[in-house]
Each structure stands twice: as C-alpha cells, then as structure tokens.
Ligand binder design. Structure first.
Ligand SMILES: [Fe+2]
Length: 316
C-alpha cells in the first residue's frame, strides 16, 4: 500500500466519559489505556487504527482546541524523517502516548487538517458493530490543494471523486382543450451542492467536502421531501466559517446500519437517525447527536455499498 496509514485519530471531548461509554460500552471497541506524561489516555482500537480520547483542553492537543476531531496521526518509523522527506514544516517534535516520538506538521501546509507523524502505537482491536473507521469528513474550501498534499506529495491513493447537487426543475405548461399542450422548461436551478474527493489513508479515507459554489446563499428551510445536499452544503460552509477548514467528523463502517442505529437509541444515546438513509457512493448513513458528548463531536455510521447499492437493499 502506498502512502501512509492512520495510526490513531485524536478526538477532543467535553465529556470524555460519555465518549468512552459510547465506544467501549455500546460499540464494544477494545480499550487500551496509554501512558502520557503521568496521565492515562484511553485508546480504542478499531480496524487497523484507533481513536484516542482527550479532554478538550488536554495540553497534548495544540490550540486552538475545539471539541471534535483534533488531529490524525500517521504511522511513520521515523517521524521527523517523513516530514523532511515530503518538505513539510514541523511545528512540534516530542514524545507522545506510550513514549512514542511524534512530530506535528504546520497545519497551513495540510490545508487545515491537523496531521502528525508518529512511531506506530500498537493498539489491539476486536471485530464488532463498528469494524473500522470508514472516513474522516473534512470541510475544505480547496479540494485541489488537499489532493496536492495528500495524494501528490504523501502518495495516498485517490479512491474517487463526486459532485452532489440538489436541483429544482420548473416546467410551465399551456394546456388548451382546442390547441393542445405547450411546455416550457426553465433551466435547472442548483439549490446547493458539494464536491467530494475520497483519499485512501490505510484502511480508512479522507472525505473532502467542498461547497459546489460558495457564492450560493442556501435558503433556511428544507421541505420534508427535499434532498439532503443543500443542507449538507450549509453545514460545510458554516464549519469552514467558524473553525476554518479541517477535520469535521468521523464515520464508522458497519455491516448492518439498521441494527446499529436503533440499538444505540435503545442504549439511551440521542440519535439524529434511527434508520439508514442514502449517503454517497451507494452507502447508507446515520448520524449520532453531538449533544451526547457535550457537543461539537460529530459521529456517523456508514454501511458501505452492497451489490446494487442501497436501492437494492432497502427498496429492491
Ligand atoms: Fe461523512
């Protein structure tokens, strides 16, 4: 595999205990506590990677600190050598969890995605309802620059690209009982859209999300029957405006989303979705409410495309 693999993903939480109960209790991920400067940091193995849960004002996390996804740490036997090899500027060089050496990369060089190289931590994982990190959602205003860093420079393969748009079509008709019907169609009106790029990092992916057209002003209300794309665009625009581009959410891969989501609701977690709904690339997705974790940490599940996609599974 070319490129780099994710060693761990650092989450900054207002309520560390709640995140640990969610990951260890409800999702049954295996917990390993790692020493870090006299304290102990809970890690949860998932697939070939892990999640590390920090209090959101933990000094290991450089500022500015927001609750949510803080940084990703890519495995490198020689962290400083890896940064130098790719011409990346190091802003920090120290000893992290379990005595592993790490370097932090100047975040403007990774388009706001806080990235570290670290000597690999060995975090065991067991199979369960969340069998790997599916992707990290990244709010960006420059997909091309992100591709230059992670694909062209670091050598991580691109899985695919896609454009999502929500379109309104208006047709007027003049229907005469004597002369028949005349139809005029207006050009399709793009209500909102996103341009996505998926870049492979080990056994998970970066999902770059960029507004299709940043000059569009999304309307405030969405009707029940409308799609989700325009609302997703608003969410990305808001994230970039508030925090700047960077890591926005984490998604877990699951084999049966319609079993996982109701189970989490039964466990008492507040859910945005209790049933999978159509996501990108033929998948089904469902979101957990950030209020469970004190706010700011956005998690969703993905059931990747099965043969024929969600349409066959749900409606076929
Ligand atoms: Fe996502």
């Amino acid at each position: 595999m070319s490129g780099y693999a994710m060693n761990y993903l650092a989450l900054a939480a207002r309520d560390v205990d709640a995140v640990c109960r969610f990951l260890g209790g409800s999702l049954k991920l295996q917990r390993s506590d790692m020493p870090l400067e006299g304290r102990s940091i809970p890690f949860f193995g998932v697939g070939k990677s892990a999640l590390a849960i920090f209090d959101f004002d933990d000094p290991y996390l450089e500022e500015p600190r927001f609750p949510g996804v803080h940084h990703m740490a890519l495995a490198a036997d020689d962290p400083a050598g890896a940064a130098a090899k790719h011409g990346l500027t190091m802003t920090d060089d120290g000893v992290g969890p379990d005595g592993k050496h790490f370097v932090s990369i100047e975040k403007s060089e990774t388009i706001g995605i806080r990235t570290r190289f670290i000597e690999p931590l060995n975090i065991p994982a067991v199979d369960g309802p969340a069998y790997k990190i599916d992707h990290l959602g990244i709010a960006t205003d420059d997909n091309d620059a992100t591709v230059r860093v992670f694909a062209d420079n670091l050598g991580c393969p691109i899985d695919s690209t896609q454009t999502d748009v929500e379109i309104r079509n208006v047709t007027e008709s003049f229907i005469s009982d004597k002369y028949g019907a005349v139809y005029h169609a207006r050009p399709p009106e793009i209500l909102g859209g996103l341009r996505d790029v998926f870049i492979i990092i080990g056994d998970c992916e970066l999902e770059l999300l960029m507004d299709y057209d940043p000059t569009l002003t999304p309307e405030a209300q969405l009707g029940e029957e409308e799609g989700n794309t325009k609302g997703d665009q608003s969410a990305i625009a808001k994230f970039v405006a508030r925090r700047g581009p960077g890591l926005a959410h984490v998604a877990f891969a699951t084999r049966d989303i319609d079993a996982v989501l109701p189970k989490l609701a039964d466990d008492g977690w507040r859910m945005i979705d209790v049933e999978g709904r159509p996501g990108g690339r033929g998948s089904l997705i469902g979101f957990v409410h950030p209020s469970n974790f004190g706010g700011g940490l956005l998690i969703h599940f993905v059931e990747p495309q099965v043969d024929g996609g969600f349409a066959e599974k749900k409606f076929g």
